[in-house]
Design a binder for this molecule. Structure first.
Ligand SMILES: [Fe+2]
Length: 309
């Protein structure tokens, strides 16, 4: 039986869906490809489990959703497959990616963010595949910011309709103004400036607090705590700087509500695809020495949602 003739979905916890009755190694008709694209637009987060998948298949499958992008950092892509971005814990880069949380060393923990947000032109989406699963930890969280927008009160929707928000590209988490840094301490090799990890510097990126999704027309609350810095010219909408900061704190607290989140606990054979124009994500990281390997393919963004200052 061709598994792909009967694909179905199951609601995940809170947001996103699992697609089942699907086999990446079965033929994918144009109709099925269109159905997968429609599910991605509708739900923003798609989970596929028990897939027997090779790097070539991951690349081919990802292209259903758009042209693939090579990450600006060549050093982090696979030599053999430039389309694959390699996310590795338990390897040589750990020392730069280790920080302390309540005294415990954790590798690659990342707070809520959208990929390439700091460029003003986030990628369209991405697909993660579990290559080597950590025995514990290493969860990936996804947050639906279209649902977060819908859940705002009418008063708050009106208040943020005309504001713009700036994000400052800054390597030191302790300088992120709206991160919760309780219990956090950088590691001895945590990067201090972009060149420490081979990044160029980026000017501040500016986004409307509410971005209209270019393909679906959905309104997306464009508030992610990583790099979030300030409201642009709050006085123009009758707010003081302090009031603007309070507003951002309120919005960040809103995005942290569990009802907008799905937490993926990885098993071998898993793939997760998300809409990076609508969903934020984060990782819990792993304890020092734990091995974990994820391959990411990145779908190019063909719209500039923000702008650079
Ligand atoms: Fe990311």
């Amino acid at each position: 039986m061709n598994a792909n003739k009967t694909i179905q979905t199951r609601q995940l916890n809170n947001v996103g869906v699992e697609v089942f009755g699907f086999d990446i190694n079965q033929p994918m008709s144009p109709e099925l490809q269109a159905e997968l694209r429609a599910l991605w637009l509708e739900h923003a987060i798609l989970v596929f489990r028990d897939q027997d998948i090779t790097p070539e298949k991951q690349i081919e499958f990802s292209r259903i959703f758009g042209p693939l992008e090579m990450h600006p950092l060549k050093a982090t892509t696979s030599d053999e497959y430039p389309e694959l971005f390699v996310l590795e814990n338990g390897g040589e880069s750990d020392k730069y990616n280790t920080a302390y949380y309540d005294g415990e060393a954790i590798v690659n923990r990342l707070i809520w963010h959208m990929d390439l947000h700091y460029t003003g032109k986030p990628n369209r989406g991405a697909l993660l595949r579990a290559v080597h699963v950590a025995e514990e930890d290493g969860l990936t969280g996804f947050g639906d910011l279209a649902k977060a927008y819908q859940a705002l009160s009418p008063e708050l929707k009106a208040k943020i309709a005309d504001i713009e928000v700036a994000y400052t590209f800054e390597m030191q988490r302790i300088k992120w103004r709206f991160a919760d840094n309780t219990g956090y301490k950088p590691g001895p090799f945590s990067p201090k400036k972009p060149s420490d990890v081979g990044f160029p510097d980026f000017a501040d990126s500016i986004y409307p607090a509410v971005v209209t999704h270019p393909e679906t027309g959905d309104k997306v609350l464009e508030i992610v705590e990583q790099f979030l810095d300030r409201v642009i010219e709050p006085e123009k909408v009758g707010m003081s700087t302090d009031e603007a900061d309070d507003l951002l704190r309120e919005l960040v607290a809103h995005t942290r509500k569990p009802e907008f989140h799905y937490w993926h606990d990885w098993r071998p054979g898993d793939m997760v695809l998300w809409d990076n124009w609508r969903a934020m994500h984060c990782t819990t990281g792993t304890r020092a020495g734990v091995k974990r390997l994820i391959h990411r393919t990145t779908i190019e963004g063909d719209h500039t949602l923000g702008r650079q200052l």
